[in-house]
Design a protein around this ligand. Structure first.
Ligand SMILES: Cc1cc2nc3c(=O)[nH]c(=O)nc-3n(C[C@H](O)[C@H](O)[C@H](O)COP(=O)(O)OP(=O)(O)OC[C@H]3O[C@@H](n4cnc5c(N)ncnc54)[C@H](O)[C@@H]3O)c2cc1C
Length: 252
């Protein structure tokens, strides 16, 4: 099975980052890391490729930098990567990104596309569904478990109360939740091998895509501070108050 895994490189969330004062865009540093939520997609892709003697191709759009995040995913075991980096794509919204990724994935050929449910920095949470529509394949979303049986792809779709069993025949797209699998740590051998794995760098012209940047950030403001938590004094009935709070939050 040819598995294409969408991976996004993001600025290290542990480091402060700069904003362009005019466009309000994040100034993307050369050192970017693999978005943590995409490690689950990479792991899922690797497991399915191992079961089906297939391949895993990483597909990414954004400033390449020194490809640190892409190499992290290659070190986990992916076979190759395709990175679309074009200054004309700066400011792309989710739909423009989906158009570019769809063209890159179609160019490579695929049986299954895997994405995270929501990226850590942009968190539009819409790209996988747009990608499935553009590739004209079924979208199996919010998977907490994925299995492949011949042509059939089955998932357990996370819901508020449990899960739904959903299936479709390949080619298809699956978005995986964090926790669906336990991402492996790259081995030393994997890190060394990643340095020589192929990374194709493409532009919009290479893909024949004419999508233009479509997003303008009008203003930004700091996120409101979180309100402090509620302290419950134990007067002998604290457990009842805690249960009521948990019920209100719909966690029990
Ligand atoms: C020059 C340039 C500069 C950019 N600068 C920024 C920036 O400053 N901030 C920013 O957030 N984005 C930037 N992007 C990337 C792009 O605009 C966003 O990725 C896009 O808007 C998708 O939004 P999202 O990440 O919120 O999607 P979501 O729908 O939240 O993402 C869901 C999943 O889709 C996949 N995915 C999302 N985006 C990508 C991607 N780019 N490549 C591969 N897989 C992806 C991941 O698997 C992710 O888990 C830049 C792109 C280019 C070419």
């Amino acid at each position: 099975m040819r598995v294409a895994v969408c991976v996004k490189q993001i600025p290290d969330p542990a480091s402060p980052y700069d904003l362009d004062p005019e466009t309000h865009f994040v100034v993307r540093p050369t050192d970017q890391v693999l978005d943590d939520t995409d490690r689950y997609g990479v792991e899922m892709g690797l497991q399915l490729a191992e079961q089906t003697e297939g391949t895993v191709t990483l597909v990414s759009m954004g400033p390449s930098g020194n490809l640190q995040g892409i190499r992290q995913a290659l070190a986990m075991g992916a076979d190759k990567a395709v990175v679309v980096d074009d200054p004309a794509l700066r400011g792309s919204d989710a739909l423009a990104t989906a158009r570019v990724l769809a063209a890159a994935i179609a160019r490579e050929g695929f049986d299954l596309v895997i994405a995270g449910t929501e990226s850590t920095d942009g968190y539009a949470g819409i790209l996988p569904q747009q990608l499935a529509e553009l590739l004209d394949v079924p979208a199996l979303t919010f998977a907490k478990k994925v299995s492949v049986d011949g042509e059939m792809v089955r998932i357990e779709r996370q819901t508020q109360t449990g899960y739904d069993e959903v299936e479709a025949s390949a080619p298809a797209l699956v978005s995986v939740t964090a926790g669906a699998v336990e991402p492996r740590y790259p081995t030393f051998k994997g890190i060394m091998q990643a340095k020589s794995k192929p990374v194709d760098s493409l532009t919009m012209a290479d893909l024949g895509v004419e999508t233009a940047a479509q997003q303008r950030i009008m203003s930004i403001r700091p996120a409101p501070e979180r309100p402090s938590g509620e302290v419950i004094e134990d007067d002998g009935e604290a457990h009842l108050k805690i249960v009521a709070l948990l019920e209100q939050a719909k966690v029990i």
